[in-house]
Ligand binder design. Structure first.
Ligand SMILES: Cc1cc2nc3c(=O)[nH]c(=O)nc-3n(C[C@H](O)[C@H](O)[C@H](O)COP(=O)(O)OP(=O)(O)OC[C@H]3O[C@@H](n4cnc5c(N)ncnc54)[C@H](O)[C@@H]3O)c2cc1C
Length: 408
């Protein structure tokens, strides 16, 4: 059974950042689409996840007309602190990038604003509507829904996160995949941050972090063993462990910690991210560790590129070249960001091991020493600090300073 009388050009599966950015750009270009979202509207706006938005992502959104309109980026984040038992180091990365910082925008608010903008102009966004399978033929793609109905369209975008139903339908794609032996416990505090900057605290007991989210909301992270269960982390233990690793004495004693969630460190890249009429974007196409806050950024960057390919193809131009090049356009930037995030994770996390520790070794001692070495290098080496600042804030280095690209 096919639903609806009109075949939309595009069905977007998933109303996360990737899906909604694509939908909003299609809407503005007059390309017809339907968005299918498994959750309800209320659930979609309730789950806090990402918060850090790269400078380049904001610039991109500005270029395509979604920043300063649907989305306003006003909270800059230009300073961070590395806090270790040996001392504290402040890094003004906003200054090192020539005042091009990254921004804070909680993901659930971003998603809510994009949905409101879509709905205000009558978009077809269907909540409580999980896609369960997709298939394609020469002239159509078909999305099957959980209620047994089907939707025909010209192209399907899988933007449904890590458990994609579209990705497995891209036959022949290779997946580079790794599950790292560490895990993070993420919590939200309804309280102002301890400091008005990000704190990264590599510690012998495991990493702890504090990320600003707003004047009355703060995210905290704790590295925990991969085998730990939620019951092993009652609120009191979270508070005590954060206090020790962040070295803040009793400052957190009145703070309540909500929404505990384990974050696994699975990395993945699908290649290609498309086949025929099927495309994937964001977490459906690649997973990145949360070190450095890059996942939502990659999702939005994919979305802008893919949307423009779809607009060229299904809009009045009828030109499929940009769409065909989607994978090759996106993969170099995705791998570059993976490389940064993977490196940064090794600076921060005590539980990562590259090799086997012989009997008698101090557990984690070598990796911890490397982490301390990198923090010292960031403190003492202006060139390394400058590279880090650009990679972290998401700023492309000025072309004239890149070796071999000088115009002279
Ligand atoms: C604790 C935490 C902190 C993070 N911090 C940052 C950060 O600071 N910066 C950053 O850039 N990234 C961060 N990330 C990563 C970021 O949240 C993700 O990379 C981002 O959500 C990916 O967006 P997406 O649109 O690809 O997928 P998602 O946000 O996962 O959206 C997918 C949507 O599809 C829906 N869906 C799933 N299956 C189906 C189906 N079968 N049918 C219909 N709908 C479906 C889901 O309900 C969901 O709404 C963080 C992640 C976590 C967990």
């Amino acid at each position: 059974m096919y639903r609806g009388d009109v075949v939309p050009d595009v069905v977007v599966v998933g109303a996360g950042p990737a899906g909604l950015v694509i939908a909003r750009l299609l809407q503005r270009a007059g390309v017809s689409f339907t968005v299918l979202e498994r959750k309800s509207r209320a659930e979609l706006g309730a789950q806090p996840r990402a918060g850090l938005i790269e400078y380049r992502t904001v610039e991109l959104l500005r270029k395509v007309g979604l920043a300063d309109t649907d989305l306003e980026f006003t909270t800059e984040n230009g300073r961070m602190e590395f806090r270790t038992p040996a001392g504290s180091m402040l890094l003004d990365y906003g200054l090192l990038t020539g005042r091009r910082p990254n921004y804070i925008y909680p993901q659930h608010l971003l998603v809510g604003r994009l949905y409101d903008a879509l709905a205000a102009e009558g978009a077809d966004v269907q909540f409580g509507q999980p896609a369960v399978a997709v298939r394609q033929s020469r002239d159509r793609a078909v999305v099957s829904l959980a209620d047994g109905s089907e939707i025909e369209c010209h192209a399907v975008v899988g933007a449904e996160g890590s458990h994609s139903v579209v990705a497995p339908a891209i036959t022949g794609a290779r997946t580079s995949d790794e599950l790292l032996p560490v895990r993070m416990l993420a919590v939200v505090a309804a309280a102002p941050p301890l400091e008005n900057h990000t704190i990264y605290a590599p510690h012998p007991r495991g990493f702890a972090g504090q990320m600003r989210r707003g004047p009355a909301q703060t995210r905290y992270y704790l590295e925990v063993p991969r085998t730990d269960a939620a019951r092993e982390w009652p609120e009191r233990r979270i508070r005590e462990e954060l206090s020790v690793r962040l070295d803040v004495g009793g400052e957190l004693s009145d703070v309540r910690f909500d929404a505990p969630a384990f974050v696994d460190f699975r990395t993945k890249v699908l290649d290609p991210m498309q086949q025929g009429r099927l495309f994937v974007a964001g977490d459906a196409a690649h997973l990145i560790t949360s070190a450095g806050g890059k996942g939502m950024n990659l999702a939005i960057q994919d979305a802008v590129e893919l949307a423009h390919g779809l607009i060229d193809r299904f809009g009045s131009f009828g030109d499929g070249r940009r769409l065909r090049a989607y994978t090759s356009t996106r993969l170099p930037a995705i791998w570059r960001t993976q490389a940064f995030s993977n490196w940064f994770l090794r600076v921060l996390m005590a539980g990562l091991r590259d090799g086997v520790e012989p009997a008698g070794a101090v557990p984690g001692g070598f990796m911890r020493g490397l982490g301390e070495g990198w923090v010292a290098a960031l403190r003492d080496d202006p060139l390394l600090a400058r590279w880090f600042a650009h990679a972290y804030a998401g700023v492309d280095p000025d072309a004239e300073t890149v070796l071999g690209r000088s115009s002279g």
